[in-house]
Design a protein. Structure first.
Length: 197
């Protein structure tokens, strides 16, 4: 009977494409706090995590849903500005817990733009995370402050008012937010986070 290499079944999370164990091992060996960013279709979660033998310990956590309940954010909690605000909130909370630095843990990199926006929020809060500015897209400041939404809303309102009502119905009817002034809503929420986070 011929003998070949034995088949080794991969770990469940690796088979499901949820965990890269080689990358995770490198992060754990560094023994540094990890800034973990995860995005779903409707929300963003940002955590500062300490790795321990018995399991990870979450030191700080921020969820985009908190923006609506605590900081006056009325718009969508799954968009790029909400991701930025959630990252900023987590960074401010981390600094209040005397966390000064961490390393980035992206996991499996889904929802790239929102994850990068959340990361930019952490960096802008003053938390030290090693990175290169080239990691961010060129227009990151525009996207996190909402000016790209305002520009598109302006264009639609002047050229196709019907489509404007359709595309921004969630802002206008459901959330009572003027998409032409979204940057003001973002700056007000940032101010509230700085004052009361």
């Amino acid at each position: 009977m011929a003998k070949g290499p034995r088949y080794r079944r991969p770990f469940r999370r690796r088979a499901e494409g949820k965990t890269n164990y080689h990358k995770r091992l490198k992060l754990l060996k560094s023994k540094k706090l990890r800034a973990v960013i995860r995005a779903s279709n409707n929300h963003i979660t940002v955590q500062i995590v300490q790795s321990k033998l018995g399991g990870d310990k979450i030191i700080v956590s921020a969820h985009s849903k908190e923006l609506t309940t605590k900081f006056g954010w009325n718009a969508n909690t799954g968009n790029i500005p909400a991701a930025y605000l959630t990252g900023f909130l987590a960074g401010i909370r981390a600094k209040k817990q005397n966390v000064q630095e961490a390393i980035l843990d992206l996991g499996i990199f889904y929802h790239k733009n929102r994850v990068l926006a959340a990361f930019k929020g952490i960096v802008n809060s003053g938390l030290e995370i090693p990175h290169k500015e080239a990691f961010f897209p060129e227009n990151i400041e525009e996207t996190v402050n909402g000016s790209h939404i305002e520009r598109y809303a302006n264009l639609l309102k002047t050229e196709n008012p019907e489509k404007y009502e359709q595309v921004f119905s969630g802002y206008l009817k459901k959330n009572n937010v003027n998409p032409l002034k979204i940057s003001k809503v973002i700056s007000n929420t940032l101010k509230q986070i700085e004052e009361s986070a």
